[in-house]
Design a protein around this ligand. Sequence first.
Ligand SMILES: [Zn+2]
Length: 485
Amino acid sequence: MKSLFVPSAIAALAIVAAALQDDANLEYKSLHHRAPRPQASGSTSSTTPVTLPPPSSANTGAPSTSVSPPLTSTPPPQSTSYSFSLASTNPTAVPLSLITASQSSFPTLPLASTATVGAIPTFISGAPALPNPATISPANYPALDKPPPTDSALVQQWKEEVANSGVSIPDHAPTNPGGCLNNTAIASDPNRCWWTCTGCQDSKDITQCPDPLSWGLTYDDGPGYYTSNLLQYLDEKALKSTFFVVGSRAISFPATLQAQYMGQHQIAVHTWSHPPLTTLSNDEIIAELGWTKKVIKDVLGVTPNMMRPPFGDIDNRVRAISLAMGLTPVIWTRNAGSTFDTDDFNIHNGVTPVQKVLQNWQNILGSASTLDHGFIVLEHDLFQESVEVATGYILPDALAHNPPFKIQPVVSCLGRSLGDGYIETNNNKTNPPPNVSAGGAPAASDGDATKSGAGRQNPLNFMVVSTLIVGVSGFALGLLAMLRV
Ligand SMILES: [Zn+2]
């Protein structure tokens, strides 16, 4: 915020973006392009599209570098100091100094086991046999990382199902591009209950776990090249997670998705092309969610009944459509102005130093310790850097926490079985997840956004606008780059 004197409005917004990287709204701002590094005060920013880096070599084991990482941060080159202290780190962690946007690609690890076609998941009562991932043909799905067309027969079928679901869809127009600042009337409309702008949440939103010290572990945007590295660490520590899957990535990595599922992790929906859902028409939202549900079922044999909106961008219209499609929204915890977002995603973008991510993590720990309930944190498994910080630092530190955390998938932290996370084995209408939205989060469970601060000037608002300004120029090229995944 100290750079607001910069004369160019765009430059100012870009720098505000760099200064506020821990905001939840930035979760995915640059998956498809590398955002600018924070610039010195008074400078401007530019965007440089890049491709998703492939691993340096195929499945050749753990990173060769093995040094004891420092337990205390060292100042990053941006002349900003960070302060954190970790109770434990992984002895084989990639050193912090190497976890940067410009690092070399480290090897990916092989999947612990290849799921057997036709295997019955014995850990879910009534689950169907595992399909053959070789039958997944991209030609049978929409183009990767692009909004699916809304005029296909399947989308028409899903529209009918929504119309016949008994769920009333609010007659709200899509939000304008530009985020909260470009939608001030909408943001202050209590009938919208727009979480992104105000933290307003509905009673059906899942933003926390009910039990203190319970952590609903989640990773978004995969599966990707390095998901296998994360899976191996989770296996070593007997940890289970929820993975919010992008439909396009399921096409690219069906075997990884099967390994996640057969490893008894929870699989959930995170849209097809990762748009901010409130900006879409009803039909477009249905297409994004429908195709992701379909590809996951085609790969796993089961359909998730939970979803996470990209950027946490959800209002009452998106909620209603999600629920009408059998999907309960899961976001992440907010507590007294603290957002449980590590911002790990932006290491890859060159925006957020790994030290800042670990400071964010320490702040989350501090906030979590004040809660009378458990919590959910936003992290990602798509890129190498976020997997490295998770397996090298965040998870080891969490496992050493005293008192200990109970780390588990979201559906488990809610007191439900894994089978309760899929439409084929649980009906959210007759057996919905428990209501745990009350508590420390700035919730408005009655839908009254004014109680959660709707309409007040929120620094998060700057992020939405600046994010779009910074990101839009690189988006088209980035999409093309992403097709190489
Ligand atoms: Zn995401």
